[in-house]
Every structure is written in C-alpha cells, then in structure tokens.
Write a protein that binds this ligand. Structure first.
Ligand code: ZN
Length: 412
C-alpha cells in the first residue's frame, strides 16, 4: 500500500511538472517580429504572418529582457502554450492558420450603439467617498512583496492577499449579491486570478473591469511594480469598495478582476476569458486598467486612450466619461501588440477600452525596474482612474433606480 501511495505521489509530481510551463520549460508564444530582431536568444519559428511569429522557446527570461528593452515600440507577446497544444491535438497541423487567430483585427466596433451619460448623481455620490489613505495602504502592501511574478511564492502570496482584501471589503459592506473566486491560471498552480462578481443577474451581459497583479520575472533586480500594476490593482480594489458600499443594485452584473501572469504572456486573462466561455457568461464591455499613477515628468496629468485593439464606440464613451467625471484632457495612444490583458478580450470579440495614465512621450521610464516605486506616483492620478472606472461600472451596469432607492439612500 505504501508503495502505491509513493508511486501515486511520484506520478502526481511528474504530472505537475509536465503541466507547468514555468520559466525554463518548452513554451509556445505569439510575438511581434520586432521582439525577435537583434536578439541572440534561441527559439524555433513555427509560423510567420506578416510581422507576427509563432515560436517555440525554452527560456522566457531573454524574451522578457527584450520586452523591457524595446517595449516602447514593440510591447508584448501572448503565451499560447495551452491553446497550441490543444490545437495541435485536434486538427491537422496548420501553424499559420493557428497564428492568424492572434493577428490584431482591424474592426472598429459598433459605432451605431448609442451611449449616454445618465447617472451623474449616483456616480458623483460614490466618487466623493474615494479613500486615498486606503489606496496608499494597498500600494504599500503590494510593493513590499519583493516581486509578484507568476512562478514565485511572493506572487502566490500577493494573489491571496488581494483575495483577502476583496473578502474583507465584501464582509464590511454586508452585501449578499456577491461572489469571490480564484480562477486558476492554466499550467500554473501558484498564482490564480482573483475575481469578484457583484449582482446576481448573470445571464445579462456583464461589465468587466480588470488590472494585472503580477510583475515581470526578473533575474537581476527586485520588482516592486508600484505603477505596473499595483496602481491598477489598487484602482480596482477601491472601485470595488465604492460599488459594494453604494448598496446600488444593477441591471447588469459587474466583474472586478485581478489578472495573474500578465507579464508571462497574458496567461491569467486567457484563463479568465476561458472561464467566461465555459460558464456561458455574456459580456457587455471591458475596461482595462494597467498603470494608473504616473503623470509624466512635467507633472501635467492627462489620460490617453488606446485606439488599437479597442472598440471605437466604447472608447469614445470613455473619453466622454473622462470629460464628465475626471475633468482631464484626453489624448490618443497606441497599444502595440499585446500591450495588456484587454487584447485577450478583444481577440475574443468583446467590446474593450483601455485608458492609460500618460501619453506616449511621457510614459513611465521606471516600469519593469527596481525603481518602479510608490514615490514616483501621484495618488491624485490613481483617484482619477477610480473615478473613471466607477463611472464606467455605474453608467454601463445601469443602477436600478426606484423612488425608495434614490441617491439619498446611498450609504455614507
Ligand atoms: Zn509590465
């Protein structure tokens, strides 16, 4: 019996090792060609499509270093290991056809959908309650982990800490229409994504607001990741707190998501999108909050809106929300390939908007470095993004306004 138990334990361990595509195992990635050029790391090219490549690689570190070096013009990559393995099992192998699913579509979205700002009383009541001290505490806690990357114990602890924070927020609001869950990151047992649902009408198309909780896996330096993306995590936590305490009921459910493994190729967001598909949860609109606290060297805050891999109609509406509720100038930005988790939703056919903390020329130079610390950030700018995401949630999820549940009944 003991031998059988030992054998099972060994088999389990082996399975675990095979399932995990950690830092130095065989992985399949979709990358823009510019990330590969001029670098000496080893990879095998399986397919190419214009400027996009499907490659096999065994060590992710050099590629992450290339992202750090080139990100301003090259941005990111998508880790498609699980999808590629499933695909190559099911069909006659056509790597180019597989790769074409990851090419950015040129669709501009539904420009005929009519958006209207109509819940100003509700939004303004909520954003008056933004708690800067709470945001500061959350940023401080998150940046005290030496890193929060997908494979590290600290990365696992960071995800559990966010879950605990969310649980505490729910408990103190005494709301009964919530659910909090961990969504495992496929192939990685350590760091799950965390998701809070507000509302019970899950057959209605939901409003998704998310940020990524992880940092890059750096061999050289610690990664406090204050701006990238603790600021986004804190923004979503504070948005959650405001919505929970509002006691507003909504026609549509709201999903607040803290994605795992974004820096390792948008792994958490892929698992989250799969979760929505598996559970047949329809989605109305998605807002991505990545970095929300840096205002640029000149200190003049503004908000940039990505005009690629986003929905044009929804992005115009987000610009209107910025003008109405945040009162900052708005500019146009480029995302580039796979710059953040919303691209996974976009590729899934969802309506997506991605507001950024600065314009291209004033973007944060400390990102992915040891110096991405809290002192470089403006908490006022983080508050700007809490205003924006709260407005996004309330305006699109449509609060149920009854004579009895007017703004005067909002919890103060
Ligand atoms: Zn990053």
């Amino acid at each position: 019996m003991r031998i059988v138990v030992r054998y099972l334990a060994f088999a389990g361990l082996l399975l675990c090792m095979l399932n995990s595509y950690a830092g130095t195992s065989e992985q399949f990635l979709v990358v823009p060609r510019c990330l590969l050029s001029g670098n000496s790391f080893r990879y095998e090219e399986l397919a190419s499509l214009k400027w996009l490549r499907l490659i096999k690689i065994t060590d992710l570190h050099p590629l992450q270093a290339a992202v750090v070096k080139k990100e301003a013009r090259c941005r990111g990559f998508i880790n498609v290991t699980r999808a590629w393995r499933d695909y190559s099992k099911r069909k006659q192998l056509d790597a180019a056809a597989f790769l074409s699913h990851y090419a950015p579509a040129s669709r501009r979205g539904d420009l005929t959908r009519h958006y209207k700002i109509q819940y100003q009383n509700e939004v303004n009541s909520l954003v008056r309650e933004i708690d800067t001290a709470q945001i500061r505490r959350e940023l401080s806690k998150l940046t005290h982990f030496p890193d929060r990357h997908l494979h590290s114990e600290d990365g696992a602890r960071a995800a559990q800490w966010i879950r605990q924070q969310a649980k505490t927020l729910i408990a103190s609001s005494e709301r009964k229409d919530t659910e909090l869950l961990l969504i495992p990151t496929e192939g990685h047992s350590k760091q799950p994504s965390v998701m809070m649902k507000i509302g019970k009408a899950l057959s209605e198309p939901g409003i998704v607001i998310g940020a990524h909780l992880d940092t890059i896996d750096s061999v050289d330096e610690s990664q406090p990741g204050a701006d990238d993306g603790a600021s986004g995590v804190a923004t979503v936590l504070e948005t959650a707190r405001l919505l929970l305490n509002s006691h507003l009921q909504f026609n549509k459910p709201i999903y607040l998501v803290w994605y795992a493994g974004s820096e390792a190729g948008k792994l958490g967001s892929q698992s989250v999108v799969q979760y929505f598909k598996r559970h047949h949860l329809p989605v109305d609109s998605v807002l991505q909050l990545d970095m929300t606290g840096y205002v640029g060297a000149d200190g003049e805050p503004q908000i940039g809106l990505a005009d690629d891999s986003t929905d044009a109609g929804l992005t115009t509406f987000v610009a209107d929300l910025v003008t109405a509720y945040v009162k900052l100038p708005v500019g146009v930005r480029r995302c580039g390939y796979a710059c953040s988790d919303h691209v996974i939703w976009y590729q899934n056919g969802n309506r997506v908007a991605y507001p950024l903390e600065t314009m291209d020329e004033t973007s944060n130079p400390y990102v992915h470095k040891r110096r991405d610390t809290m002192d470089k950030l403006s908490l006022t700018h983080v508050r700007d993004f809490v205003k924006l995401s709260t407005a996004f949630a309330v305006e699109l999820a449509e609060p149920i306004i009854t004579p009895l549940l007017s703004t005067s009944s909002l919890k103060r």
